[in-house]
Design a protein around this ligand. Sequence first.
Ligand code: NAD
Length: 451
Amino acid sequence: RFLSENEPITVAVIGFGYVGSCVAATLADRGFDVVAIDSDPQLIEELSWGYFRIEEAGLPDLVFRTMEAGKLRVTTDFAETAAADVILICVGTPVRDDGSLSSEQLIGACRELRKHLRRGQLVVLKSTVPPGTTREVVLPELERSGLRGGTDFSLAFTPERLAEGTALAELRAFPIVAGGYSEACQRDAVEFWRRGLGVEVIRRDSLEAAEIIKLASNWWIDLNIALANELAKFCAIYGVDVLDVVSAANTIPKGTGNVNILLPSVGVGGSCLTKDPWMVWKSASEHGVDIRTAATGREVNAGMPEYTAQLAIDELVRQGKDPARSVVGVLGLAFKNNTGDLRATPTAATVKALRKAGATVRVYDPLVEAKHVEPMFGIAPSASVEETVRDADCIAVLALHRDFESIDFAALPVAKPCVLLDGRAYYSKERIAELTAAGYSYRGVGRGSAL
Ligand code: NAD
């Protein structure tokens, strides 16, 4: 019914942010004609200067390559959706302080889209939403066009499951989940993704199941990290290295795989893990159900930035230094390794706690645009590793980008003895022994016996 095998598919992607740009550029690279529509005119202007604001491995290249090849266009004009066979909605879905969905972007996109909606189109929501949103928010907004979902146009929900830092590879590799408003909608969505991404493994589900599948993954990840973080605190009591415990605990088969405890860290950030568990909690609470693990995981992880800062402060005091007269050089500000994304980064609270203790803090992240640093951290960024750590009493590695893996700590101009704060449970025992020999005293979340 939908598209015959040989017919070309044209795609409109609404929202050219992290997800939208990865999806749009990937589909364009696979030969589809793609138009991306974003409400931010500044973004389109930046593209015209040859600048793309998202720092993701391979993404700016792919965006400009597909634009130059004429397969991808980016515009603010919603009228362009009329010519598309498939429309993918990839706008942001933040939550308010009480955990409820802030649906302005989503409703705004639907209202513009419905002005141009036509028979035979497939609309797929990719943004993460509370269960019921596709059916109860998107469908009625689109049906105000006078067209009926399931008969005039198809409607589906396909969660985006990529993670920043590895987004492009994951987009092509992960099994697709296709939730449909009806069986025919599901079939259309499956057919599109099979051709669109060349992915053969496609799960068919109801709209609500597909919405929950996305939330379940991020709820699990956040809660699992919370477990790792509390395990780290537990290990610290006994001077045990949490990495030894995690690697050994993870060798036991359980359920459908092995025990799989993730790693402790300075905290959890980014635009997804910090909000999606709250979507779970809030949606359930509206139905009178208290989902405690979602809220608890969030609370545990939200406390980690200060806990991590305190490790450095305690070590400075142990060395006889006054934290208020100490210099701390922070390497890595992004919310995780190998991305330039500062959204909800836990490093901001660590820097704040160090400054509250009186320390002079310098910050550096080669992947983060300098103009975003001062508004968030209250400090202008340094220009290099050397400048950041000059005469520092502590180096805090809070995001371990590839660039930082090869740092020769022995050669850095720090004030020894210098604390090395490992916010990512990264350094091996061998590396720690080398660092100790080079005049550093290592502190890491849960790395008791590594000292
Ligand atoms: P983003 O903020 O990077 O991008 C959203 C884009 O939509 C922005 O460019 C914005 O200008 C545009 N926009 C907002 N309202 C619009 C409208 N009415 N019409 C047209 N454009 C509009 O967000 P993102 O990180 O790409 O996330 C998008 C969705 O995907 C969210 O629901 C998020 O939870 C989910 N998600 C994100 C990731 C991730 O790693 N970032 C991974 C999986 C899922």
